[in-house]
Design a protein around this ligand. Structure first.
Ligand SMILES: [Cu+2]
Length: 134
């Protein structure tokens, strides 16, 4: 018991710490991830967004691009989860691409029309949204 108790309290601390970061990440008024949209930054004529594929899915799960400018999404998978092992953007003809653990992988396309599109895992189970505006 002398050994077990400190381990249990450490585990409790880790759970609380994880919970705490959850709240700060999703501090939007509605509390929903759906409202959190990250706009691309333009570097050398390419609009770029970095997305982490973690145990809560895509972060950010909604990204915004401008129509008519080449776009690059750089995915880094940080979770060892078979569902997250590939990324695809079928609306932009991006076929499923492998995401090795902790290795940034870029997909590129040029959004030409405004609208809301999808990116997803290779099985189309884990999904994110791409919002294209003019
Ligand atoms: Cu999947």
């Amino acid at each position: 018991m002398r050994l077990l108790l400190p381990l249990l309290s450490l585990a409790a601390f880790l759970v609380l710490a994880g919970c705490g970061s959850d709240h700060s990440d999703h501090a939007s008024p509605s509390g929903a991830d759906e409202t959190h949209v990250v706009h691309a930054s333009v570097y050398d004529g390419v609009q770029v967004i970095a997305v982490t594929v973690g145990d809560r899915g895509y972060e950010p799960a909604r990204v915004a691009f401008t129509a008519g400018i080449p776009a690059r999404m750089v995915f880094t998978r940080t979770v060892d989860n078979a569902c997250a092992e590939q990324i695809a953007a079928p609306d932009f003809d991006v076929e499923p691409v492998d995401l090795p653990l902790d290795t940034p992988v870029a997909i590129e396309f040029t959004p030409t029309e405004t609208g809301t599109y999808a990116f997803a895992c290779g099985m189309d189970m884990m999904r994110g949204r791409i919002v294209v505006s003019s």
